[in-house]
Design a protein around this ligand. Structure first.
Ligand SMILES: *Cc1c(COP(=O)(O)O)cnc(C)c1O
Length: 221
């Protein structure tokens, strides 16, 4: 299957899942996750019209996108992987949305860089809905305080929440929890759902889904 065909299949599936949930298909944005994908596939996706991409490492994203950005002014890049504070400068310069705020130190570093660079990027808070020890994300019961810190203390433009459910659990309950927490905070955006579970995420209210292998095929490792 070509990437253009994959994109079409995914958009058809988004449409069906949205209709089944009584939602409009264009309320769900497709973030094509391009990490560890070869250049030829990136070019194919661009040729097919895809402009919204997600990356989980700052340096890899710079290598892949810094020059391409110049050629595609309407490109949108989301950071969907963990951010270290020593990479905040590069991240703020390159990305359009940062989806993975999860600690005060990172929130502060990002806010400081945005002020320095005169950039006011929309941000998401990543929530560790499964309370997993090794996983990034703020624990659900610490979310309110962290939101207050990001918004109140740092002045960040927090637009929504993001999660990656535990691999060995059905995702629906995690998506539902994220949706409830966003509602409670009055946040409109929900980044949830990947290749294997994005229909479930749409049923639970996802406004952006992050799809890698479903768009590009298996990654290089
Ligand atoms: C890699 C990645 C994805 C995409 O995963 P697929 O299963 O390939 O669709 C989505 N979200 C995050 C945070 C990722 O790191």
């Amino acid at each position: 299957m070509s990437i253009a065909q994959n994109l079409k299949t995914i958009h058809d599936t988004i449409e069906k899942a949205a209709a089944a949930a009584g939602r409009a298909a264009d309320d769900v944005r497709l973030v094509a996750v391009s990490k560890m994908q070869p250049d030829a596939r990136i070019e194919e996706a661009l040729t097919a019209g895809q402009r919204l991409f997600g990356e989980n490492r700052v340096q890899e994203a710079q290598e892949r996108w810094a020059e391409r950005r110049l050629k595609y002014p309407d490109l949108q890049l989301h950071l969907i992987g963990p951010l270290q504070s020593n990479k905040a400068k590069e991240a703020v310069a390159l990305f359009d949305v940062i989806e993975t705020l999860d600690r005060e130190k990172i929130a502060r570093a990002v806010a400081t860089e945005m002020a320095k660079q005169g950039r006011d990027l929309p941000c998401f808070i990543q929530v560790n809905t499964g309370n997993e020890d090794q996983k990034s994300g703020i624990h659900p019961d610490a979310l309110q305080d962290f939101y207050d810190f990001c918004y109140g203390e740092c002045g960040l433009d927090i637009q929504g929440l993001m999660c990656i459910p535990p691999v060995n659990e059905p995702p629906a309950a995690h998506f539902a929890l994220l949706a409830k927490q966003a509602r409670d905070l009055g946040l409109a955006q929900l980044s949830m759902g990947m290749s294997g579970d994005f229909e479930t995420a749409i049923a639970q209210g996802a406004t952006s889904i992050r799809v890698g292998t479903g768009v590009f095929g298996a990654r290089d490792n």
